[in-house]
Design a protein around this ligand. Sequence first.
Ligand SMILES: [Zn+2]
Ligand SMILES: [Zn+2]
Length: 317
Amino acid sequence: MRCRKCSEKAVINMRQHKLALCKEHYLEWVPKQVEHTIHRYKMFTHQDHLLVAVSGGKDSLSLWDILWRLGYQADGLYIGLGIDAGINYSNESHRLAQAYAQEHGLTLHVEDIKAKYGETISELTMRTHRGREKPCSVCGLSKRHIMNRIAREGGYTVLLTGHNLDDEAAVLFGNTLTWVGSYLLRQGPVLEADRPGLVRKVKPLCRMYEREMAAYALLRGINYIYAECPYAAGSTSIYYKELLNKLEADRPGAKLSFYLTFLQAKDAGLFSPSADVRAEYLHSCPSCGQPTSAPGLCAFCRMFAQNQDLLDDQKVD
Ligand SMILES: [Zn+2]
Ligand SMILES: [Zn+2]
């Protein structure tokens, strides 16, 4: 297989795009694709002060790398979740994120959940769900809350995450199995800061296949954590990804078309804003100021307020 641009030996063949490229042209092609997505969905400009959520994985580190190469002002945020599970997942991912920042002279904010709130994600889940459930919902809620808080505190105008097409297609697939209008309406490359206290969120890799991002990180020589989060094994989203990969294998391009035709349908008004009923009941959390539909404290503050009560009780004892 030869590169379409220079007829050197190709390192990747993307059947979904009917495109094979050599290493040099692939490393050129990926940032161009991402820049196209940034413009296409009017995500941000070179004047914006960007905050990238960096997990130490291939997607977020590659995203940071691409932004740096395209000349955007992007700082990183690493959230220490305290996930260990025998492989020291959090320490290793922190080390790799730090190493990337140092090599490129970039600023990385580090927020350690245990240091700030008194518990790791694993401990928090044991307390709130008694270990009956995986920590993924607690983890997702905590990450969203902390990312938004740090972005607000630091005066960042846009918050970026490394979600790729495979992530987005799996979420979309889950949402279409239940047809929850409000979720479908809010899924997309850009989540506007349409509520007081929220920072605009964007996903510049939403059109990039996971395989394409893995190839980019490898060819670019980015050191990233290969292991998935140990809690992700057996999750519904991985199951949906496997299903979609089977579909993609038979029909190259199916994942991309599933996602893009959804966005077109949404633009055409297929999902009515009235489906987003939660918007009517939002108010600011009295503790942290972020918008919430829950009565009183937001779900994140409630989780840690219980912890505070427990700690106070222990002190009394
Ligand atoms: Zn080439
Ligand atoms: Zn709150």
